[in-house]
Ligand binder design. Sequence first.
Ligand code: PGA
Length: 250
Amino acid sequence: MKKLVVANWKMYQETSQDASRLLSSIKRRIKHARADVVVCVPSIFLQAAGKALRGSNLVAGAQDVSRFGEGAYTGEVSARMLKAAGATHVIVGHSERRSMGEDEATIAEKLLRTLEEKLIPILCVGEKTRDSSGRHFAVIEAQLRSALGRGGKKLPVLVIAYEPVFAIGKGADAALKPMELQETAIFIRKTVASLFGRTGGLSVPILYGGSVEAANARGLMKEGGIQGFMVGHASTNPVEFAEIVQHVSA
Ligand code: PGA
């Protein structure tokens, strides 16, 4: 399975000049990477990002999508609009959106809208806390089942980003430990297999997100049982991001 790194710029870049400067620096530094790289930008920068990345080994993605296809929905951006603007991937169900009130039904609809436009959803799942009783597995399973349970018999083309909420936005030490990640990645595969069969479970790409930095990327990649990362704060530092991509490509 080809490795993948998703940059999640969140709301860190303020102007289109900032965005294009960062994009060209990233592009230059990862020219020879053997992993696929998706840069998920705020939708206002999407068109420019798509254009800037044309002909490179990077593609542009969106950070969210409307649950509606079209119509009178003030402020919403549809999957078709994202596609027309140049997105190939869309983050769906990020914990920062869940914490703003996005529920499981909404996430399932957003996933469907994304797939209808042949965009690749990056479905985020992850527990808020962990304890030794293992209740976090039930949380992850419920999120996967409600997002994917309505999608038919065949596993759609999608990426799962496993992001434990407590590890997001901190520093390298706060990330999950590689062995904990490996156990969770196996659990996610088993859950997907129970919905779509063994081949589905084995073939779905799983990324880890939550304080991935150059300092922990190697270990997580080596032992975590994953196909790559979703990177937040470290994706806006081109030197650090290039180093992470390097570890994923190795
Ligand atoms: P972080 O964010 O790398 O800053 O922890 C990851 C994410 O929220 O996708």
